[in-house]
Design a protein around this ligand. Structure first.
Ligand code: UDP
Ligand code: MG
Length: 325
């Protein structure tokens, strides 16, 4: 099909996916902004409650009751934002998915820029923050992450891409259904298609609530990407381990044969050090090389939803479901 013949959100409709974890003060504002800015489309809003404990789910239920365009999924616990948006993509019913955070940091009006860009023939359009309104540490962290990921490890990630994005639902679902051991959406899109692009978008500071994404999550997520999407780090780990084992063996031999002189105790300590170094380096290697990319059992479980959910995604014992599951 030629790019011109491919239907776009204004012809096919749009599912807006809003992941939320303890966003009770943001939800009504976020909903109002989305429908005000994008109400012209055949719209579906999917709120994904990622195990909130602050009453977010009650607000989402109210929104769903008063507006038939609103749907929701609620997780049995907090599974992390990657799981939250993945579930939203999975159950999107329209042909295009717009991902927008619940905290209004990405103005909904900016979605029009993504839609306009998609019309040039893209399957995925990522917003790039031109004036990012986050703390300096976060901005530096992202810069380091992109430098390491893109430049050093040569992982293809759309430059500056964020979670604010418009993706053809078929592509988004394909990626979710892969159920990757390292579910890194930004790096997976370029593995499936080259029809993606980026667009500069405005960004706002968070006005209500706190960021839910901590440094420990961000760093472990980055390591998952570095190990799962590049062989460079695992190759470097293997080489370092081989060297460490080699040195350890030499030390052990030198200690055992008395080449380094010293007492029997020194020799025994050297042999023990050699054994410990070898064991340590093999453990690190197996963690980095073998552990990378192992499939995970599941990314999330749903306890309640207003859409029909696959049985495999459900875990109903934690609370009763409301409908249609
Ligand atoms: N979020 C989520 N699960 C989590 C963490 C975050 O669903 O475990 C949601 C959160 O409610 C927000 C979006 O993901 O709608 C982005 O999170 P946040 O604004 O905290 O991230 P930041 O903008 O600081 O990177
Ligand atoms: Mg935010």
């Amino acid at each position: 099909m030629s790019a011109a013949a491919v239907p776009y959100p204004d012809q096919t409709g749009l599912t807006v996916v809003i992941p939320c974890y303890n966003e009770v003060d943001n939800l009504a504002h976020s909903y109002a902004e989305i429908v005000a800015e994008l109400g012209e489309f055949d719209l579906e809003l999917i709120f994904v409650d990622d195990g909130s404990t602050d009453g977010s789910l009650d607000v989402i239920r109210e929104l769903a009751t008063s507006d038939p365009r609103v749907r929701y999924l609620s997780f049995t616990r907090n599974f992390g934002f990657e799981a939250a948006f993945s579930a939203g993509y999975r159950y999107a019913s329209k042909a295009w998915v717009l991902h927008i955070d619940a905290d209004q940091q990405f103005p909904a009006a900016e979605a029009h820029k993504l839609i306009a860009a998609a019309k040039a023939g893209y399957d995925a359009v990522f917003g790039v923050r031109t004036n990012r309104q986050d703390p300096m540490l976060r901005r530096w962290g992202t810069a380091a992450f992109h430098f390491l990921g893109r430049r050093v490890l040569r992982i293809e990630i759309p430059r500056g891409a964020t979670a604010f994005r418009l993706v053809r639902s078929e592509l988004a679902r394909r990626i979710v259904d892969l159920r990757l051991g390292t579910p890194y959406f930004l790096a997976t899109v370029p593995r499936l298609t080259n029809r993606y692009t980026t667009v500069p978008v405005a960004h706002r500071a968070r006005e209500r609530g706190e960021s839910k994404v901590g440094m420990s999550f961000l760093s472990s997520h980055a390591i998952e990407l570095f190990v799962g999407f590049s062989r460079r780090l695992s190759t470097a780990a293997s080489v370092a381990c081989l060297l460490a084992s080699g040195i350890a063996v030499l030390l052990g031999v030198a200690g055992a044969t008395g080449l380094l002189g010293g007492t029997a105790l020194t020799a025994t300590l050297l042999v023990l050090l050699a054994v410990a170094l070898t064991a340590l380096s093999l453990t690190v290697r197996s963690l980095v090389v073998v552990g990378a990319g192992q499939p995970r059992p599941r990314q999330y479980y749903v306890r309640e939803a207003s859409v029909a959910v696959d049985e495999a995604d459900l875990l109903l014992c934690t609370s009763p479901t409301r409908e249609a599951v």
